[in-house]
Design a binder for this molecule. Structure first.
Ligand code: GUN
Length: 282
């Protein structure tokens, strides 16, 4: 039976340590969030981020724009926050409404304040092996694996999903940690034959209970990034009950990766405040 990788407990500990570090730093980090439209799930995530800010003594503001805001208006909001010396980190909650050009908005965020790590500059740095701001979910997964002493060097990691917020950056992080990495996606042939060979499987597909026990090798570490809402319940991408019988370790949903994402956002925001206080990074 698998060890449960308790992201909730690890994130609580890290938030406590972060609050102490922020209090001792003499800095007053500040995060700005931008929420466009009235999607209830996005509004909930933004609220959770502001609650975490309060806990660790990071100041926060939120700018809400209507669902019919133009790309130009969202970009203009982001530029104003870029220019505001009181703001250290900027997070535009995704997904944006269909009419807004998401790529243009992501690229409008100053790379120095991009605590989400989605700007091509920051993704490029990550892929070149010299990360600055790393997307919060993948970075949180790496922290969780490290906290449980899970060794990655030389191990076979299979990432299922190729999004810019999870699949691609977690592949880069695993590669930077000397794992042998395979990225699978919707066009991969015979997915199960690939995932069965993996020492570590990261599931970021967005389909409830998609990864079943037959797809997992005995003793693998399974990381579930799924947050699928089904009839009011939150379900992961992994069929937890069957997979936990085969795996050596597994993240639950909820209480696994999710809390690590928020803790990492707080850490990235403090890192941004420290860098900005020290002048431009080398
Ligand atoms: N929507 C879902 N996950 C994320 C995330 O990590 N950052 C942002 N900005 N929006 C998201």
């Amino acid at each position: 039976m698998a060890v449960i990788l308790d992201g909730k407990a690890v994130s609580e500990r890290r938030l406590e340590l972060l609050r102490e570090a922020i209090d001792e730093s003499g800095l007053s980090p500040r995060l700005a969030t931008v929420l466009v439209g009235d999607d209830p799930a996005s509004a909930l995530y933004v609220r959770m981020k502001h609650q975490a800010c309060e806990r660790v003594h990071i100041g926060s503001i939120n700018v809400t724009l209507p669902a019919d805001a133009t790309t130009a208006r969202v970009v203009e909001t982001v530029r104003r926050l870029n220019a505001d010396p009181e703001i250290n980190g900027i997070l535009v909650q995704l997904p944006l409404p269909a009419g807004v050009d998401e790529e243009a908005v992501i690229e409008a965020v100053s790379p120095a304040k991009d605590v989400d790590g989605f700007h091509p500059c920051n993704l490029g740095r990550l892929f070149s092996g010299r990360p600055r701001y790393t997307p919060c979910t993948p970075a949180g997964i790496m922290t969780l694996l490290a906290e449980y002493g899970i060794d990655l060097a030389g191990r076979r990691a299979v990432v299922v999903g190729r999004s810019i917020d999870v699949g691609r950056p977690i592949a880069a992080l695993l590669l930077n940690a000397d794992a042998t990495v395979t990225i699978c996606h919707s066009r991969t042939k015979d997915l199960a034959s690939v995932t069965r060979e993996a020492d570590i499987v990261v599931a970021a597909v967005g389909k409830p209970r998609f990864i079943t026990a037959e797809m997992i090798g005995e003793g693998a570490v399974v990381v579930d990034v799924g947050t699928n809402r089904v009839e009011g319940r939150l379900l992961g991408d992994v069929d937890f009950d069957s997979v936990r019988e085969r795996a050596a370790a597994i993240t639950p949903v909820p209480g696994g990766v999710g809390p690590m994402t928020i803790a990492t956002l707080m850490e990235n925001t403090f890192a941004a405040a420290r860098r900005q206080a020290c002048g431009p990074a080398p």
